[in-house]
Design a protein around this ligand. Structure first.
Ligand code: ZN
Length: 132
């Protein structure tokens, strides 16, 4: 049956929005029962439903981006490694968690020793008496 043969109106006055709500289970149970009893004999309601089913089927056919390919992250890392300067790539061993922690600790210890040496080597002039 073509769209031209579909009656423009429904005997119950149901429109596309009401058929959509019925299809989605968003009507009251009493209205759902009434529409269900009416639907088989109403070409206008069937036409609305067919239009909704067509859209739903088109949406189901859409390919949504799913999880990335397992190799994608390796490819990104390889590209990043390829664009990094050679001196940075040579330091790759320092990126290991153990080395990173050890180097942070060594830097903190060096900074502490440097502060102690500087503090002892420079006389503190702020302890003198201020004169007005
Ligand atoms: Zn109808």
């Amino acid at each position: 049956m073509s769209q031209a043969n579909v009656p423009a109106t429904c005997a119950l006055g149901l429109d596309a929005h009401m058929i959509s709500a019925w299809r989605d289970g968003a009507t009251t149970p009493a209205l759902a029962e009434r529409i269900a009893a009416h639907f088989a004999g109403c070409r206008a309601c069937q036409a609305h439903m067919a239009a909704f089913e067509s859209v739903a089927e088109a949406l189901r056919r859409q390919r949504l981006p799913g999880r990335p390919r397992p190799a994608l992250w390796r490819e990104i890392q390889a590209r990043r490694a390829g664009t990094a300067p050679a001196w940075w790539r040579s330091l790759r061993i320092l990126h290991a968690p153990l080395w990173a922690g050890a180097s942070a600790g060594a830097m903190a210890a060096t900074l502490l020793v440097a502060l102690l040496l500087v503090h002892r080597g420079i006389p503190c002039r702020l302890t003198g008496t201020l004169t007005s």
